[in-house]
Ligand binder design. Structure first.
Ligand code: GLN
Length: 500
């Protein structure tokens, strides 16, 4: 087994014992990226020079006997939505093509303090809006298991790079499923933490009340290791919660006793791919054989999840994205073009307004414009009560459903997606079909609870299937332990795609 095929936890042990250096490990990943990323497209930018320099620095620190952070020498890829000082951070958008933030996101600071090596920036749907990574303004990402298919989204690059052994760990974001869904479709582990568990400072906002940052990895223990570094209170994010971060990587191996798992009946049956249904049901049976008790539960308002999410998320997005006006940030329409256009159409619209309009229509892609229009509409006078306020009320009911469920069970078990990875282009012209990809994931964001996706099988033609576990707020430790129990009893996480 080559070094890049090992898990991050195994690599860390080899780094600590001196069997490999961080420079060697980083170099091995850079070579792998060179060899396969032309067919996957997981990265927007590979930061070879800074990564190698950082690796050499950490190797030196180790040699000198200095104290090292928890990820010392491990390469990590980060979604291009996290601000990194003086380094381009595009959010997958033309709007931010030349944006280099003046500060680091807190999670980036955490990674650097843990002595991780930042390998590069992964591709994503523009402003994290999408489920296939086809909405990136730069290029699509392809699923490493079948490059005619999509990897999921919006953190498609983050999932694909881990799945294809181009990085041992990556950081993604999940507003309605963007960590869990691509993790499921690419056969890796992805954790969406509780709202408030990880600081959002320096995360470019999509829908602020739903966004969370989380880890993607090949194994549950690797996800636990990265989660330990990402999580924590941050005075710079007023929604971050001040409770201690458990040592996830130490407790992850301890199985849970008397585990009760809730199954939601309407997760199955109509609409779900039969191969996914059977893999998830087998996973439930495996938990039973491990001593878990299974209980049928209901989330009565979950059916309204998609409708509620697709009002609240666009409303917040329309407000968050108002700042991209050509005056404050990023792209600005060409002044001469603006004036020429005004002269030509004889409009009495002022040049400033036309500049705003042109900047936004040129800088944003179609899906982002659609969301802004949806959100602006739902927030406008006369519609606010009918849409936004009503959606907020349903959101409250969804949270109540979860609260009641977690009085009866420790976790909820079910599918991540209704279908395996679909063909590129298959849903690109049908926004509703694309939105339905998030059927099983959006409710966790609306309720603010934690969720994890882990590999639980493959379809007949070799596409990965994900299993979702959801737990009450701040129960990530239990979630990871339960996931690890399943991983110990199965070998799905050990399979890797063959990429030519
Ligand atoms: N697919 C969902 C959307 O397009 C979720 C995206 C996300 O979690 N960032 O809004």
């Amino acid at each position: 087994m080559s070094i890049i095929q090992k898990s991050a936890t195994e690599q860390l042990a080899l780094l600590q014992s001196g069997e490999i250096t961080s420079a060697e490990l980083t170099q091995a990943y850079l070579e792998r990226i060179n060899a396969v990323d032309t067919s996957v497209g997981a990265f927007l930018r590979v930061e070879s020079e800074t990564a190698l320099a950082q690796a050499v620095k950490i190797d030196r620190k180790r040699k000198a006997g200095e104290s090292l952070g928890k990820l010392a020498g491990l390469p990590v890829a980060i979604k291009d939505i996290l601000c990194t000082i003086n380094t381009p951070t595009t959010c997958g958008s033309r709007m931010l093509e030349n944006f280099a933030p003046p500060y680091n996101a807190t999670v980036v600071e955490n990674l650097l303090a843990a002595d991780a090596v930042i390998l590069g920036r992964t591709n994503m749907d523009e402003f994290a809006m999408g489920s296939s990574t086809e909405n990136s303004a730069y290029h699509p990402t392809y699923n490493p298991w079948d490059t005619s298919r999509i990897p999921g989204g919006s953190s498609g690059g983050a999932a694909a790079c881990v799945s294809a052994d181009m990085a041992p760990l990556s950081v993604g974001t999940d507003t309605g499923g963007s960590i869990r869904q691509p993790a499921a479709l690419c056969g890796c582990v992805g954790l969406k933490p509780t709202y408030g568990r990880v600081s959002r400072y320096g995360l470019i906002a999509f829908a602020s009340s739903l966004d969370q940052i989380g880890p993607l990895a090949k194994t549950v223990e690797d996800a636990a290791l990265l989660m330990e570094v990402l999580a924590g209170y941050d005075p710079l994010d007023s929604t971050s919660v001040n409770i201690p971060v458990p040592a996830y990587s130490e407790s992850v191996g301890k199985p849970l006793e008397n585990l009760t798992l809730g199954v939601v009946e309407h997760h199955f049956g109509e609409g779900i791919d039969p191969e996914i249904e059977s893999a998830v049901k087998q996973a439930i049976a495996i938990y039973e054989s491990l001593g878990a008790s299974i209980k049928n539960i209901e989330l009565p308002h979950a059916d309204y999840g998609i409708a509620t999410y697709y009002i609240i998320a666009p409303c917040e997005a329309s407000s968050n994205l108002a700042r991209y006006d050509g005056a404050h940030y990023g792209y600005r329409a060409d002044q001469a073009e603006v004036l020429a256009e005004l002269a030509e159409d004889g409009s009495d619209e002022g040049p400033l307004v036309r500049m705003y309009r042109k900047t936004r229509s040129q800088g944003f892609g179609a899906e982002v414009q659609r969301r802004i229009m949806l959100g602006t509409y739902a927030l406008s006078e006369g519609y606010y009560d009918a849409f936004y306020l009503k959606a907020q009320k349903v959101r409250r009911l969804i949270r109540k459903d979860y609260d009641q469920a977690f009085e009866q069970v420790d976790m909820i078990i079910g599918p991540v997606t209704a279908n395996p990875a679909f063909a590129k282009g298959e849903k690109a012209s049908d926004p509703m079909a694309m939105y339905l990809e998030d059927l099983y994931t959006v409710t966790a964001n609306l309720a603010g609870v934690a969720g994890i996706s882990l590999p639980c099988g493959f379809t007949e033609n070799g596409l990965p299937i994900g299993l979702q576990l959801q737990a009450a707020p701040f129960q990530e430790e239990k979630l990871l332990r339960a996931a690890q129990m399943f991983q110990n009893a199965t070998d799905f996480h050990t399979r890797r795609p063959e990429i030519s």
